[in-house]
Design a protein around this ligand. Structure first.
Ligand code: NDP
Ligand code: 2IT
Length: 449
């Protein structure tokens, strides 16, 4: 074992001992640490500084009680979180997730990934994440409003336009951001820049709704162009049917690819004629209904209840997981490989298990990790902050063009960094090394704080 390898193992076991019982967080760390080994070998000053161990400790974690009243007058209580992980490159920035599976482990893995993702955008933002184990499903608008107001009553004391800027994630979209913003304003006065993903009327950014999905597809298009091909005619498999999935499907179709699948937590749709994205928008954004109702309009499409979309055995070129963490196990990854998939690009955060990533690497797929491929959402959030500071609102075309440039830059940074370390097309290692170097050097230059 080399000295660096020994050092990494020591750090890994320290974190494992301290954060025992946080499997998602430990998974993110286990995925990260081995990939930076070649960088540490060449940069002994970073090892000597022990900045890595400092980086693995979140700067601050806030946990709080969120009491709210349901429509029947019952008192309900949920748990709220904000993980302010790292501010070396700017104020904490990252989404809020409302989902029953939210706990400290999930919040920490998301915040950890966010540090490196935000760094890759090249914009001045640190890493954070927050949320609650509140389940927005089947709640009335009034219940959502009361919950968001109570959540913000506490969160407001920890955030600020130059301090920590939340946005959306699973279960948090324009409606929730609106209620959260209203309560923040009541308590602190109007500050446009305290949340991103705001509706356009009160200074949200054009193209923020589309940004994660569009950005994901731009990333894939830049990779394909590099390999002398394009999305035209490609067969695409998508999971999820929320914000990221919808706009990924839309952009794939605009660029000439055909999308056959989408899903929600109840089951999946396989439409041989290609998914009708407008109809999915109607189902999910307007009716807030289940994806099973897709077949009401397209009775020839197949709906399969209770199964993962990744169990489908058919010809596909590209897989875009856009639902949630660990949706692809090693077994499902083997099916993707057998289907002929050549590119896996993650719209979701950590949708592939560690064993699945290993399967992709062993079979020479182009594996594009979430922290690189789904950075478009937070990148446009940072552009929203810039617009809010300027008291200006840019056009859709201007934001979209900037988004595409940022995704190209992220792709090239990952590619070139991997190449420099003798691991060509290891986009995961390229992403981790390039962003770790920048964050670690910023931390060292700011001293032990
Ligand atoms: P949405 O709430 O809009 O949609 C989430 C989708 O994923 C729904 O179809 C949902 O189905 C499905 N899903 C969620 N949890 C589960 C689960 N445990 N099992 C199966 N399916 C599930 O969220 P987003 O589209 O915003 O987020 C999707 C992913 O993209 C997440 O991993 C998020 O962290 C990531 N992401 C989001 C960004 C953004 O800007 N919004 C930016 C970067 C990454 P159902 O409705 O049945 O729950
Ligand atoms: O995972 C993510 O990058 C997001 N949910 C978006 C965060 C943001 O601040 O826009």
């Amino acid at each position: 074992m080399t000295k660096v390898n020994e050092y990494l193992k020591k750090i890994q076991s320290k974190v494992a001992a301290k954060d025992d019982g946080q499997p998602e967080y430990l998974q993110a760390i286990d995925e990260f640490l081995p990939t930076i080994e070649p960088f540490l070998e060449k940069n002994p000053d970073i090892v000597a500084s022990n900045v890595l161990e400092e980086l693995l400790e979140p700067e601050r974690i806030v946990q709080f009680r969120v009491p709210w009243q349901d429509d029947q007058g019952n008192w309900q209580v949920n748990r709220g979180f904000r993980v302010q992980y790292n501010s070396a490159l700017g104020p904490y920035k990252g989404g809020l997730r409302f989902h029953p599976t939210v706990n400290q482990s999930v919040m920490k893995f998301l915040a950890f990934e966010q540090i490196f993702k935000n760094c890759l955008t090249g914009l001045p933002i640190g890493g954070g994440k927050g949320g609650s184990d509140f389940d927005p499903k089947e709640k009335s608008d009034e219940e959502i409003m009361r919950f968001c107001q109570s959540f913000m009553m506490e969160l407001q004391r920890h955030i600020g336009a130059d301090m920590d800027i939340p946005a959306g994630d699973i279960g948090v979209g324009g409606r929730e951001i609106g209620y959260l913003f209203g309560m923040y304003k009541k308590l602190n006065g109007y500050q446009a820049g305290v949340l991103t993903g705001k509706p356009l009327a009160y200074w949200g950014s054009q193209a923020r709704t589309e940004a994660t999905g569009y950005g994901l597809v731009y990333f894939v298009e830049h990779l394909l162009q590099d390999k002398k091909t394009s999305l035209t005619g490609k067969k695409i498999q998508v999971s999820g049917s929320g914000n990221v999935a919808i706009y990924a499907m839309e952009k794939c179709q605009q660029l000439g690819a055909k999308v056959y699948t989408c899903s929600d937590s109840s089951g999946y749709i396989y439409d041989e004629n290609g998914i009708d994205v407008k109809w999915v928008k109607e189902i999910k954004e307007v009716r807030r209904a289940r994806i099973s109702t897709y077949v009401d309009k397209y009775p020839k499409a197949k709906y399969v209840s209770g199964q993962s979309v990744w169990t489908i055995k058919a010809d596909f070129d590209i897989a875009l997981p856009c639902a949630t963490q660990n949706e692809i196990s090693a077994e499902l990854a083997e099916i993707l490989v057998a289907n002929g998939v050549k590119v896996v690009a993650e719209g979701a955060n950590m949708p592939s298990s560690l064993a699945a990533v290993k399967v992709f690497e062993e079979n020479d797929l182009y594996y594009c990790p979430g922290k690189a491929a789904n950075a478009g959402g937070v990148a446009v959030s940072a552009l929203e902050m810039a617009q809010n500071s300027q008291r200006a609102q840019w056009s859709f075309e201007q934001v979209d063009e900037e988004l595409n440039k940022i995704m190209k830059n992220i792709y090239e940074t990952c590619r070139d960094t991997a190449y420099d370390y003798g691991i060509p097309m290891n986009i995961l290692a390229g992403a981790n090394i390039a962003s770790f170097e920048k964050v670690a050097r910023a931390m060292i230059s700011q001293g032990l704080v």
